[in-house]
Design a protein. Structure first.
Length: 255
């Protein structure tokens, strides 16, 4: 049976970097994929004004999602201004109610970027709140509650390191070797990021950096290329291994 999969991360290109291969696997299996970015990447340029780069990056994100037949939506927060507060929590909860996911993938709780960490907290709590009828999100749209808490997964942090620079080993790794080229095509759509990542992050070639990171993650489970995940198994979130089942047990190994 087809499932509704939602990847919600902070910025355009985050979904592609961390889970592009897995999303391609899920899409090819017939599941409905939605990619949401919390911001349009409005601070991601030294050469364009915020509104200009935001428009460019929204268009790039939509093209990247289309590579695997996914929908794209921006939540229209702003870079470095995603705050874990009541209004933001209701906003994200309304997004979940609108998209009705069976499974949600989001940023890890500990990462190098404040936007990643705030997104992780907001999405975690929105998954809990979305089925509660009395949690009012009407300020952000007239969407009914979810039937149940969706399955929740965290991606790896950037470079597999937490905020303290310590290794954050995934719970399991998905083999994306067969979909690396789809992941590369998705990420290549984010053309404006090449200059920004070179100037601000010191990445000479973000496509090759992605491949190197994917190879490093894959090596933890004896795959050529892989993507790492942690399933959030705290009560009362779902305990069954839905993502592992959807990509196929032959493509999953513990790290």
């Amino acid at each position: 049976m087809s499932k509704r999969i939602l990847h919600i991360h902070a910025h355009p290109d985050d979904a592609e970097i961390f889970t592009g291969g897995t999303l391609a696997l899920l899409a090819s299996a017939g599941h409905h994929i939605s990619i949401v970015t919390m911001t349009p990447g409005d601070c991601g340029s030294r050469h364009h004004r915020a509104n200009e780069i935001a428009a460019i990056r929204r268009e790039e994100a939509a093209r990247a999602a289309a590579v695997v037949g996914a929908d794209y939506l921006c939540a229209e927060f702003r870079d470095l201004a995603i705050i874990n507060d009541d209004a933001s929590r209701r906003h994200v909860t309304a997004l979940l109610r609108r998209l009705q996911p069976d499974l949600v993938i989001t940023a890890p709780p500990s990462d190098y970027h404040c936007d990643h960490e705030a997104t992780s907290l907001l999405v975690r709590d929105a998954c809990f709140a979305a089925p509660a009828p009395n949690y009012d999100t009407s300020a952000f749209g007239d969407w009914g509650p979810l039937g149940s808490i969706p399955h929740l997964y965290f991606t790896d942090p950037a470079e597999g390191l937490d905020r303290q620079g310590l290794p954050a080993r995934p719970q399991f790794v998905v083999d994306i070797t067969s979909k690396l080229e789809d992941k590369r095509r998705m990420l290549a759509c984010h053309e404006s990021q090449r200059l920004w990542l070179k100037e601000h992050h010191g990445m000479d070639d973000y496509l090759e950096t992605m491949a190197a990171w994917s190879a490093k993650v894959g090596s933890q489970a004896d795959f050529e290329y892989g993507e790492g995940f942690q399933q959030y198994l705290v009560h009362p979130y779902p305990q069954s291994p839905l993502l592992q089942e959807l990509v196929g047990p032959e493509r999953v190994r513990r790290a």
